[in-house]
Design a protein around this ligand. Structure first.
Ligand SMILES: *Cc1c(COP(=O)(O)O)cnc(C)c1O
Length: 417
């Protein structure tokens, strides 16, 4: 058994006691979401035969069709497209955006600069990559105000005749800002529709699913997208993404994913169906485990004298826990410590590298069953000031606790705390 310094064990124990009531709140959200998911399965009479794999064109794959219906029900949306054919969250979001936008239309992000991997999807006019701007779709963004809220003056000034889609990113991503709650997203939708009623609102829902009792589609978002190797995959989905929202827009995304006229009617599931269903079934509980882990991380690092965002007691709307360190050594020790606690690849030592799609070297702890799966305990840190590590996930609370103990122990061994 690993032995941890007395001081570290005491920090963890004190933190656990402090956050006890927060855990009860999370339990309530887990219950609601678990029941919601079960009821959706029951409504469509999910049965064993839905789990069988399909091949070739996979016409009439009933498991795939019902999966879309179940997702739509869970997200309170008209329709959904849930597929292993989405290679990543970025691919899913790109498909949603290309589905909604046409040359000459404008996409306006109102939550500041979007997540790093989307920068190349937006691209530049004439960049030759097939990016949005390369296809003549215009792009603009309104930076957030210093307090992290939407700059409505700037948004009102930027909305114009061409503005077709308003983009909202729910999660903080790699930014030291607060994530937006579903309630706040609902307020944004109302304001956007006042400014320009025919605008479509798209929400990048990555990391948000099941952290609250409602989803952005239930407060007026027209289309949302997310990754199956994050929250809704429950740690079991092996790959894929989902898009939910208004039926016509989901259809357009499906035309973009496969081909116009074909859409969601084809697509062999190749044996992934059971994992996607079972993952959805487990997702509310697994997200609850990860959320408790994030709360513990915030509390224990606060105890250790670091700044955490969100604070342990704040309302949560995503999995990400940001922790600010005072230099690259602490940051690297933390990430390497998280990796040391992994069941998979616990013996490897992560180093910073230039990941495709990211602008700075990034160090990642990812000892995961699913490559890059970030509902599993993982930590990412771009090596740039102000030296913030973003940790998320944990299929079990106990693993997150072990990860935090190991990370603190690693920092202690290197005389960094
Ligand atoms: C993870 C994430 C993405 C992109 O997903 P990938 O699977 O990494 O391509 C986009 N937006 C946000 C907010 C994310 O967290």
């Amino acid at each position: 058994m690993a032995v941890f310094a007395e001081k570290i064990v005491q920090w963890i124990e004190a933190a656990e006691q402090r956050v006890e009531l927060k855990y009860r709140e999370i339990d309530r959200i887990v219950d609601r979401n678990q029941w919601k998911v079960i009821e959706a399965f029951q409504k469509y009479q999910v049965s064993d035969f839905h789990f069988s794999g399909s091949t070739g064109y996979a016409y009439n794959d009933r498991g795939r069709e019902v999966l879309d219906l179940v997702y739509a029900e869970v997200f309170g949306a008209e329709a959904a497209l849930v597929r292993p054919h989405f290679a990543s969250g970025t691919h899913t979001i790109a498909t949603a955006l290309f589905g909604m936008l046409r040359p000459g239309d404008e996409l306006l992000y109102i939550t500041g600069r979007p997540y790093d991997t989307l920068h190349k999807v937006i691209g530049k006019p004439g960049d030759g990559t097939g990016s949005l701007q390369d296809f003549g779709i215009r792009y603009d963004e309104a930076a957030l105000l210093a307090d992290g809220s939407v700059d409505w003056q700037a948004v009102a000034a930027k909305v114009n005749d061409r503005t077709k889609v308003i983009g909202i990113q729910r999660s903080r991503g790699y930014d030291w800002r607060d994530s937006f709650t579903v309630e706040q997203i609902g307020e944004m939708v109302s304001k956007v529709k006042e400014l320009k009623p025919d605008c479509l609102v798209f929400v990048d829902n990555c990391y948000g699913e099941f952290t609250e009792e409602v989803e952005p589609t239930q407060v007026g978002a027209d289309l949302i997208a997310g990754s199956l190797i994050k929250n809704p995959g429950g740690g079991l989905a092996e790959t894929g993404g989902y898009i939910c929202g208004r039926a016509e827009l989901v259809q357009r995304a499906a035309y973009r994913l496969t081909a116009p006229g074909i859409g969601a009617e084809v697509g062999a599931m190749l044996g992934t169906t059971r994992g996607i269903y079972q993952g959805l079934f487990l997702a509310p509980t697994t997200v609850g485990q990860a959320l408790k882990g994030s709360v513990l991380a915030a509390a224990v690092f606060e105890q250790a004298g670091f700044e955490s965002r969100p604070g342990w007691n704040a309302k949560r709307t995503d999995l990400i826990q940001a922790i600010a360190f005072s230099g690259p050594e602490q940051l690297i020790a933390f990430v390497q410590g998280i990796q040391r606690a992994a069941a998979v690849d616990g013996h490897v030592v992560p180093e910073a590298w230039d990941m495709p799609g990211y602008e700075h070297p990034v160090i990642m702890a990812a000892g995961t069953f699913i490559q890059g799966g970030s509902l599993e305990l993982s930590a990412d840190a771009p090596i740039r000031e102000p030296y913030i590590a973003y940790m998320q996930g944990g299929l079990t609370y106990s693993h997150v606790k072990f990860g935090l103990l190991t990370a603190l122990q690693t920092m202690l061994e290197r005389n960094l705390i």
